[in-house]
Design a protein around this ligand. Structure first.
Ligand SMILES: Cc1ncc(C[n+]2csc(CCOP(=O)(O)OP(=O)(O)O)c2C)c(N)n1
Ligand code: SF4
Ligand SMILES: [Mg+2]
Length: 298
């Protein structure tokens, strides 16, 4: 009889991302070939590279497959209601300005039902990093048409193909005022990681869109192959053009995908504008934002 002397990897080998993940919640809910896990992995790698005090970093998600991310990241996390990740993050940042607030959610959540909150947070330059996983569809609820579904793509509610023009998200964010705007695909794991790391260290409304495969709905309904086929597509058809005009970042059904860091500006955040304004208006009577760690009310 041969004795198996191989180590039990499950017990002895720790995944490099495990310090940043709630491993007790693994296995996760995402389907094989889904791109969301890759984005979470890049987020974890970016947290490691940025060497932040994780007690000061929080993550807010809405509802959807992408919205499950907050439950797997080992940060103070909030899984809020559908479309309300940005307003929740806004309240968190206003109440606890010393926190680094991040939002991680899907296209339907952030720019469908939550679209109004998204543009106003960008307009006000609220201090948060928003990572949006764009799989062109409402994944969790069965593949309905969403705000980014390309024209002519099939969804469960547009069986003869979509005729609604979709949002160009980098342009939506940039034209609403976001000072940091980037787009990557799930294939660009290093560039995405570096971009998240960079954006973690910036201030204001930072927006990163990640194009991700949803093999069981979007790819299947549109006969676009498997998750790995999409990776080949991203390899062949993604073009990196940093600094490109976001008006050129439209995505068509079978067309290429413009990627890169499109906007990187320094402009005053909502908080900075507010402090400046009230200092000017009220002078010595102005009571500034509570110092780090202080509670708003005793
Ligand atoms: C108020 C409200 N309306 C609708 C829903 C149903 N719902 C849950 S997730 C979702 C879509 C999520 O799509 P997206 O944000 O793109 O996430 P994905 O699953 O594709 O990652 C919808 C419509 C809900 N939970 N609450
Ligand atoms: S339904 Fe689509 S988006 Fe949701 S976990 Fe499965 S592959 Fe991912
Ligand atoms: Mg989606």
């Amino acid at each position: 009889m041969t004795v198996d002397t191989r180590p039990d990897f499950a017990e002895t080998v720790e995944h490099p991302a495990s310090p940043y993940l709630r491993m007790d919640r693994i296995p996760h809910v995402w389907c094989p070939g889904c791109g969301i896990g890759t984005v979470v992995r890049c987020f974890a790698a970016a947290l490691e590279r940025a060497q932040l005090d994780l007690d000061k970093v929080s993550v807010v998600s809405g509802i959807g497959c992408s919205g499950r991310a907050a439950g797997y990241l080992k940060l103070d996390g909030f899984h809020t209601t559908h479309g309300r990740a940005v307003p929740f993050a806004t309240g968190l940042k206003l109440g606890r300005p010393e926190l680094l607030v991040t939002v991680f959610s899907g296209d339907g959540d952030l720019v469908g039902i939550g679209g109004n909150h998204f543009i106003h947070a960008a307009r006000r330059n609220l201090d948060m990093l928003v990572i949006l996983v764009n799989n062109f569809i409402y994944g969790m609820t069965g593949g309905q048409n969403g705000p980014t579904t390309p024209v002519s793509a099939v969804s469960s509610t547009m069986p003869f193909g979509n005729f609604e023009p979709p949002f160009n998200l980098p342009h939506l964010a940039a034209s609403s005022g976001a000072p940091y705007v980037a787009r990557w695909t799930c294939l660009h794991i290093r560039r995405l990681t570096w971009s998240i790391e960079e954006a973690l260290n910036r201030k204001g409304f930072r927006f990163i869109e990640v194009i991700a495969p949803c093999p069981v709905l979007y790819l299947r309904l549109n006969r676009l192959g498997s998750g790995i086929d999409r990776m080949r597509f991203y390899h062949d058809r993604a073009e990196i053009r940093n600094g490109a005009d976001t008006r050129e970042a439209d995505i068509t059904f079978r067309g290429g995908i413009l990627c890169g860091k499109f906007v990187d500006e320094d402009k005053p955040t909502y908080h900075e504008l507010m402090e400046h304004h009230y200092r000017e208006a009220l002078g010595d009577d102005y009571v500034p934002t509570p110092p780090e760690g202080a509670m708003l009310r005793e």
